[in-house]
Design a protein around this ligand. Structure first.
Ligand code: GLU
Length: 371
């Protein structure tokens, strides 16, 4: 995957690039990154930024006698540093920037997952740059995604990005640790991340970074197995961005793998229990099977079971009774009772609001074997 072929890019920037001196926020590396993001916009690309740096940005304000702050101290640092980190990015852009803070709890919960996805899509379609970070101030260890490499991979997947750029303090994956071995060679391209590649990932030597090479490789595994090309490169070198835009290769490219089913569809199909049934007419069956469409309310004949927004449901053909698909609903069963058979233009009149134009989005729907 090169710059030209990408359309939605997720770019992850780590603390070491935001606070090179260990505290505060600096323009030193973030300005060239912002210039690259601006270039992406000019070239018609969509961008999502996952930015660390809140803890480092808030460090100077919280007194801490030891070199290792406690969880509460880090949470306080994140609370004070998050807006400094946001302000540091915002000063570079003419367009608005939006802040999204999340923990693993929201990502694990389908409603939370859908809400984050919808929010990101809505922001992007309004020309706004979403800036995502973990909500460190509220996250306990169990609720934490843990590090922003993993968080960024999850957001790359949920936002359907086609390119995942990990701006790091190393210029890609090496045959051995370049800090320890002068003869270490950079690996320009990885076809598939196998056990040998995983074995090459040592751990971080940078005290500021939460994740090390291992978490970067794990993030790359997640993203590439969901069909997202991933590039790990040195984010402190402006020429990397310039060269990349010109079509040159940078860092290490982890090639995307063929995905037969997206991670989420796999989750929907194999893990979730359906909470209800939606029966649809022949036209809607045709649209789902042959036109790659979302499920619209107008094609719904009846609904049964008890489910809420975000739950999984089975979708059946009213005429044959056969199961056609399974998907995540944008509305509860009681709301669908009211709007079934109607077009979305009428939702507002019937229920007083529009949560979504469709009942099940195509991205949230998996067709089932019809045999
Ligand atoms: N969320 C943390 C921060 O904003 C950083 C975590 C990480 O970089 O992995 O400082």
């Amino acid at each position: 995957m090169n710059y030209q072929d990408s359309s939605r890019i997720l770019i992850k920037v780590g603390s070491a690039l935001i606070a090179p001196s260990g505290t505060g926020c600096s323009a030193q590396y973030t300005l060239p990154i912002a210039r690259f993001i601006q270039q992406c916009f000019e070239d018609g690309k969509q961008v999502i930024l996952v930015s660390s740096g809140s803890v480092a940005a808030g460090r100077q304000h919280i007194s801490c006698k030891t070199s290792k702050p406690s969880v509460a101290q880090k949470q306080a640092m994140a609370a004070i540093g998050q807006n400094t980190m946001m302000a540091n990015w915002m000063r570079f852009f003419d367009k608005p920037c939006a802040q999204i803070l999340m923990t693993h709890a929201e990502l694990r919960d389908r409603e939370g997952y859908i809400n984050i996805k919808n929010t990101i899509n809505e922001l992007i379609s309004n020309g706004i740059l979403p800036i995502v970070n973990e909500n460190d101030s509220v996250a306990t260890e169990e609720l934490k995604v843990g590090d922003n490499d993993r968080l960024a991979a999850m957001v790359a997947i949920l936002s359907d990005s086609d390119l995942f750029l990990i701006c790091s303090d190393v210029d890609g994956l090496y045959t051995s640790d370049p800090n320890l071995n002068k003869n270490a060679q950079q690996i320009p391209q990885v076809e598939e991340i196998d056990s040998k590649i995983i074995a090459l990932a040592g751990d971080t030597t940078n005290p500021l970074a939460t994740g090390g090479m291992r978490t970067k490789i794990e993030a790359a595994v997640k993203a590439t197995s969901n069909g997202i090309a991933t590039i790990l490169f040195e984010g402190s070198l402006p020429q990397n961005f310039e060269n990349f835009v010109k079509g040159s290769s940078i860092g290490t490219l982890f090639k995307p793998q063929q995905k037969s089913l997206s991670e989420k569809k796999h989750w929907v199909k194999h893990t979730l229990n359906s909470k209800g049934i939606i029966n649809i007419d022949k036209g809607a069956v045709e649209a789902l099977i042959h036109k790659g469409a979302s499920l619209l309310s107008v094609g719904i004949c009846s609904v049964s079971g008890k489910f809420e927004r975000g739950d999984a449901v089975d979708i059946h053909c009213q005429q044959t009774g056969k199961i056609i698909a399974k998907g995540l609903c944008q509305y509860s069963q009681s709301t669908i009772e009211q709007i079934k058979g109607h077009r979305s233009e009428h939702f507002e009149k019937i229920i007083g609001y529009i949560e979504s134009d469709v009942i099940v989005k195509r991205d949230d729907l998996v067709l089932l074997d019809l045999k």
